[in-house]
Design a protein around this ligand. Structure first.
Ligand code: FAD
Length: 461
């Protein structure tokens, strides 16, 4: 019997196994299934912590519901009764030491109508006039491979990009807008420009789709995102889960692969590496692939949860959190009012706040060198400045995601096509999967797991 080994028990590795198993059953194929995971728990960047009546998502906090395959997976796992949706509310930008609502009728801070642009309290009258030039300026040279920062600045002007769009978009895509392509962020903006002559008009024409998505657009589960991971594992009794097991190398031998796990080796006919790019570089240790693998870059973030014995109702009405722009006394880059946005995260309705410190932060080097206690002092001060709360938190959780967040910069797509071709030629039946290459969002990882499973089945057949 052939052996399939998936390395990495994050959402991608688990979904790969989930769909491999289903397709094997459908097609009547048998194979030995092994999943190897370095941590003692599965989930990777999905990991819920439970303390003092709070649920704290130390990595990802939710899933975009409308992404293809997401609700389908939940249904396949018979887990719909556990679903929870986000509370909708106002997101703010903290600028000049004040909270300004991100205008209604905008997507990622980009106005979807002239009214939304005019209603903004974040940009000057001059800035608004400049943004309106979008209605007149034709697209002469931008393609989906162009930088999204340059594209938006060219048509909408520097001010709205800097004050209203970049704080939102750079947060979502963990990077500098000028280094990110339209393809890896919002490729449809070029289509809007070409088809409607204007980005704003394009949004206006497609507004319904965005408004529908704006309500209840994120999902989680009553017991946190880790519940989905547990459910995937529980549905895979035929898989040998080797947790607490780190792989050190993968080597070709007689048409199979030898995986070194320290004091043992595991032999596989098909290998899926659903691990971060840094691990792929290390375990393949292939000089020919190395230069190309180095083109995939990463970002970092430190996040802190602070839970208080204070009712969540102290928060500004309808607010769900803020992003920090410029001229602010805050150190953090963003904050989510978790207990407001996700009711299930606070059992007693007490305040739970999450603060984000990213590598784009001017004080990042200093923050990265801090102890958890020092970080807590910074976070407490940020809560005091932003919400006026000076109480001692009852619960604290610090998570450091150093060089763990893939950044899809301008070289990504080209590097990926070279990599896929190199692997096909030199490593038959060894497949790469996961957030380093095929999309960062959990929805994209689920879809990638499904596609990878199809390739595993093709290799088995
Ligand atoms: C702070 C943060 C917030 C995020 N927020 C969101 C969000 O709200 N919504 C969203 O959709 N996405 C979010 N993301 C992104 C999303 O969480 C990830 O892209 C996704 O979970 C990645 O899944 P994966 O399986 O591809 O990789 P991973 O989760 O990284 O899994 C890889 C696994 O491989 C294991 N591994 C590594 N090396 C080895 C080795 N040598 N041997 C064995 N095992 C190994 C790791 O331990 C890990 O379990 C966030 C990410 C972070 C860090």
């Amino acid at each position: 019997m052939k052996t399939v080994v998936v390395v990495g028990g994050g959402i991608t590795g688990l979904c790969t196994m989930h769909y491999v198993k289903r397709q094997m059953q459908e097609k009547g194929i048998e194979a030995k299934l092994i999943l190897i995971e370095r941590n003692e728990y599965l989930g990777g960047k999905i990991h819920s912590a439970y303390e003092g009546g709070f649920i704290m998502e130390t990595g990802a906090d939710s899933i975009v519901a409308r992404h293809p395959g997401v609700l389908e997976l939940v249904k396949e796992l018979d887990f719909e009764s556990e679903l929870v949706y986000n509370e909708t509310g106002i997101s703010y930008i903290h600028t000049n030491n004040e909270l300004h609502a991100i205008p209604a009728g905008s997507t990622f801070g980009i106005p979807m109508s002239i009214d939304s642009l005019q209603a903004s309290t974040l940009i000057s009258e001059e800035g608004k006039k400049r943004a309106l030039k979008d209605l007149e300026m034709p697209n002469t040279g931008f393609t989906k491979e162009s930088s999204i920062g340059e594209f938006l600045e060219y048509f909408l002007g520097e001010e709205i990009v800097r004050k209203q769009i970049a704080p939102v978009l750079a947060g979502v895509y963990s990077g500098d807008l000028y280094q990110l392509s339209l393809t890896s962020t919002l490729p449809y903006l070029v289509d809007y420009k070409n088809e409607y002559g204007s980005i704003i008009k394009g949004f206006e024409a497609n507004r319904e789709q965005f408004e529908k998505a704006a309500n209840k657009k994120f999902i989680s589960f009553r017991n946190g995102l880790s519940a989905l991971i547990d459910q995937l594992e529980a549905n895979l009794p035929e898989v040998n889960f080797m947790k607490n097991t780190e792989i050190h190398s993968v080597m070709k031998e007689d048409g199979r692969y030898k995986i070194d796990i320290g004091n043992e080796t595991v032999l596989a006919d098909v290998v899926v590496l659903a691990v971060p790019n840094a691990t792929v570089q290390k375990v393949l240790a292939d000089e020919q692939l190395e230069a190309n693998l180095k083109r995939f870059t990463t970002a970092s973030a430190i996040t802190l949860y602070l839970g208080f014995d204070v009712p969540d109702s102290v928060l500004p009405a309808d607010g769900t959190g803020f992003i920090v722009s410029h001229n602010s006394d805050l150190v953090c880059d963003a904050s989510t009012w978790a207990s407001r946005k996700w009711k299930h995260t606070s059992h007693d309705g007490n305040l739970l706040v999450r603060l984000f410190y990213k590598n784009v932060n001017p004080r990042y080097e200093e923050l990265a060198a801090m102890t958890d206690q020092e970080l807590l002092e910074v976070a407490r001060n940020d809560v005091k400045v932003s919400l006026g709360i000076d109480d001692e938190p009852t619960v604290v959780n610090v998570a450091k995601w150093i060089d763990q967040m893939p950044r899809y910069d301008l070289a990504h797509n080209e590097a990926l096509s070279v990599l896929v071709k190199d692997l096909e030629e030199n490593y038959p039946n060894l497949l790469l999967a996961g957030c380093s290459y095929f999309g960062v969002g959990i929805g994209a990882c689920i879809q990638n797991g499904k596609k990878t499973a199809e390739r595993v089945l093709a290799a088995l057949q």
